[in-house]
Design a protein around this ligand. Structure first.
Ligand SMILES: [Zn+2]
Length: 137
């Protein structure tokens, strides 16, 4: 039983460490594996399922936060080896972005291929082709 004798308190911090390291659901599973009472196993399985559901929910809640910190927004479209920023339904900003580091790219003298000053990536078209390239976006 969990409400054990005071002597068990010594092991509690170790147990807490194990739970944190394994995750609660996995820890409960390890107890279930060692438990001989089928009644207690059934209860622990319910607790394990609840713990697993909570762990999944926490992971889901944390996911959008991770996306918010991710510099790859879904409004970018890759086309002809460059990224274009969508600013509305079917319309795009008239700028070219680097597909590897997301920085704006420039086309020297409008005739040299767009290149990224930050990571040296080079696109396959230049500024004079931009209109034509964007027509096929
Ligand atoms: Zn780049």
């Amino acid at each position: 039983m969990l409400n054990g004798a005071p002597g068990q308190a010594v092991g509690h911090s170790k147990t807490a460490e194990r739970i944190i390291a394994m995750g609660l659901a996995a820890y409960l599973q390890s107890i279930i594996n060692d438990e001989s009472s089928s009644l207690l196993r059934g209860r622990l399985e319910l607790a394990r399922d609840q713990a697993q559901a909570l762990e999944d929910q926490v992971a889901q809640l944390q996911a959008p936060h991770t996306l918010a910190n991710n510099p790859v927004p879904t409004s970018f479209v890759e086309h002809r080896g460059a990224l274009f920023k969508r600013i509305g339904r079917g319309s795009y900003e008239k700028r070219v972005f680097c597909p590897s580091c997301m920085s704006p790219m420039t086309s020297f003298k409008r005739t040299f291929p767009y290149s990224c000053a930050r990571c040296q990536y080079s696109a396959e078209f230049s500024a004079i082709d931009l209109q034509e390239v964007m027509m096929t976006l």
